[in-house]
Design a protein around this ligand. Structure first.
Ligand code: GDP
Length: 426
C-alpha cells in the first residue's frame, strides 16, 4: 500500500492530570533523535522527533498549558495529526479525559488510547474500556462496525510506564498504532510547497532576544528568509532544534526555535513565508503605523475607540457624502483584532473612507452576515473560518466575505478596494 504520509505525523499526548502524560512524554523524549545525536543533551522547544525502526519519524508536541491548542482550536485548525489519550487503569475516565476526547472529536483528529498504570492493584482495564466506550471512543474490541465508522483505535497493549523490561516494546507498539492512525488519515506537506506552519512557543530571552518555536506543516524554511505570524515578522537569523543544532533548513513536521523576530508572535498563530524584503518593509511600516495609532487611541477617551456602531452612528455613516466601505472584522485572537482595527483606521481616507461597524473574535457568525446584509458591509476574516451554513447564508444574501491569513494581504486588498471606489477623474 503506498504511504499516505507525505510528512511525519505530529502527535499530542492528552489525558487527565496524574494519569502519566509526562512520564510517557519523557520516555519518548529520552529516545528522541536529538537525545541520540547530541549525547542526550536536549533543550525544551515545544516539540521533538522520534524514529521508529524503519526510519519512520514521528513528531511529538510538548507545549505546556495547551495555550497553542486552545488558540488553534478557535480557528478550527489543528497542529496535530493524532492524539494519544492516556488513561490510568486505576482511575478511569476523568473530566480531562472527557475534555481530551471532545477536543480530538471536534478537531477531527484520531485517537490512540494508552491505558496506563496497569501495574496498580486497583487497575481495571475492562472498566476503563467500558467507560471510554460510553464516552464515544469506539474501541476495537467492541465490534468491527465501530472501527470502520470512526477514526478511533484502541491500542491493545497494556502499558505501565514503570515496568522497565516491557517499556521499549510497549512504547514502540504505541508508536505503531499512531502511525497506523496517521496512515488512515494521511498527512500532507512537501518541502517544495509554500511554507506554512504554526507558532507553538514564544518567549523573550535576555540573551537570545525574541524567540519562537515554529512547527512547520508544509514547505521549507531557511535562515535569511522572511516569515510572518499574525502581526509579527522575522528575518530568520537562526533555527535551532531541540538538540541545540543549528539547522540549514526546516522541513515539514520539524520544529525549530527561530531567532530574528522584530516582535514576539502569539502562540497558536499561523506562520507563512514572506516573499521579499520589500514586503517585509511594508509589513514593518504597517506595524509601526499600527503601534503609533494604538498609542494615539490609548490617549483618546474610551468612547472614541473602535467598537460596534449604534443605530444612529450607522445612519450618519450611511448619509455621509464620502463613499464609505463598511466593514465587519472578525479575527482569531483579541490581540490581532485590535491591531487590525487600528491598522484599518490608519488607512488614509480623504476621498473615500472605510469604517469598522463591528469587530469580534472567533468565526464569522450568522448575525455578522445579517448585519453586513442590512448595511451593505463587507466581512473581513483574519485567521478565522466561515462555516458551510454561514457561507450559504452569505451567498444567498449577497454578502461579500473575504478571508485572510496574512495581515498585510488584507490591508493591501482593502486599500485596492478603496481606490476602486474613488470617483472617476473628469
Ligand atoms: P501527568 O500529570 O499526566 O503528566 O502524570 P505523570 O506522568 O506526572 O504521572 C503521575 C504519577 O504517576 C507520577 O508519580 C508517575 O511516576 C506515576 N506513574 C506514571 N505512569 C505510571 C504507571 O504506569 N504505573 C504507576 N504505578 N505509576 C505511574
Amino acid at each position: 500500500m503506498p504511504s499516505t504520509l507525505e510528512r511525519p505525523p505530529i502527535v499530542t499526548i492528552m489525558g487527565h492530570v496524574d494519569h502519566g502524560k509526562t512520564t510517557l512524554l519523557d520516555a519518548y523524549r529520552s529516545s528522541s533523535i536529538a537525545a541520540g545525536e547530541a549525547g542526550g543533551i536536549t533543550q525544551h522547544i515545544g516539540a521533538f522527533m522520534v524514529e521508529l525502526g524503519d526510519a519512520q519519524r514521528i513528531t511529538f508536541l510538548d507545549t505546556p498549558g495547551h495555550a497553542a491548542f486552545s488558540a488553534m482550536r478557535q480557528r478550527g485548525a489543528s497542529a496535530t495529526d493524532v492524539v494519544i489519550l492516556v488513561v490510568a487503569a486505576d482511575d478511569g475516565v476523568m473530566p480531562q479525559t472527557i475534555e481530551s476526547i471532545k477536543y480530538a472529536t471536534e478537531a477531527g483528529v484520531p485517537l490512540v488510547v494508552a491505558i496506563n498504570k496497569c501495574d496498580k492493584e486497583q487497575a481495571d482495564v475492562h472498566r476503563v474500556k467500558q467507560e471510554l466506550a460510553r464516552h464515544g471512543v469506539d474501541l476495537e474490541d467492541f465490534g468491527g462496525a465501530v472501527q470502520a465508522a470512526t477514526s478511533s483505535l484502541y491500542w491493545s497493549g497494556l502499558m505501565s510506564s514503570l515496568t522497565k523490561q516491557q517499556i521499549r516494546k510497549n512504547l514502540d507498539a504505541l508508536l505503531e498504532a499512531v502511525l497506523l492512525q496517521a496512515e488512515v488519515r494521511g498527512t500532507q506537506g512537501k518541502a517544495s510547497n509554500p511554507a506554512e506552519g504554526v507558532v507553538i512557543e514564544a518567549s523573550s530571552d535576555k540573551f537570545k532576544g525574541q524567540v519562537a518555536t515554529v512547527l512547520l506543516h508544509d514547505g521549507s524554511l531557511k535562515p535569511g528568509e522572511y516569515i510572518a505570524a499574525g502581526c509579527s515578522f522575522a528575518r530568520i537569523k537562526s533555527m535551532t532544534d531541540d538538540g541545540k543544532q543549528r539547522l540549514k533548513s526546516l522541513q515539514p513536521s520539524m520544529a525549530a526555535e527561530v531567532m530574528g523576530w522584530r516582535s514576539l508572535p502569539e502562540v497558536g498563530v499561523p506562520v507563512f513565508k514572506v516573499a521579499s524584503e520589500r514586503r517585509r518593509q511594508m509589513a514593518e511600516e504597517h506595524r509601526q503605523e499600527t503601534l503609533q495609532e494604538r498609542r494615539r487611541l490609548r490617549r483618546l477617551p474610551r468612547s472614541a475607540r473602535p467598537r460596534e456602531l449604534n443605530q444612529q452612528e450607522l445612519l450618519d455613516v450611511a448619509s455621509s457624502d464620502k463613499p464609505t466601505r463598511l466593514l465587519v472584522v472578525r479575527s482569531d485572537v483579541q490581540g490581532s483584532a485590535e491591531a487590525l482595527v487600528d491598522a484599518i483606521a490608519a488607512i488614509p481616507s480623504s476621498e473615500v473612507a472605510c469604517q469598522v461597524i463591528r469587530q469580534g473574535v472567533g468565526n464569522i457568525t450568522d448575525s455578522d452576515i445579517e448585519l453586513a446584509a442590512t448595511t451593505n458591509a463587507t466581512i473581513l476574516g483574519f485567521g478565522v473560518g466561515l462555516g458551510k451554513k454561514e457561507a450559504a447564508q452569505a451567498e444567498q444574501q449577497g454578502v461579500q466575505v473575504k478571508l485572510y491569513k496574512v495581515v498585510y494581504h488584507l490591508l493591501e486588498e482593502l486599500e485596492q478596494d478603496l481606490l476602486s471606489m474613488l470617483p472617476p477623474l473628469m
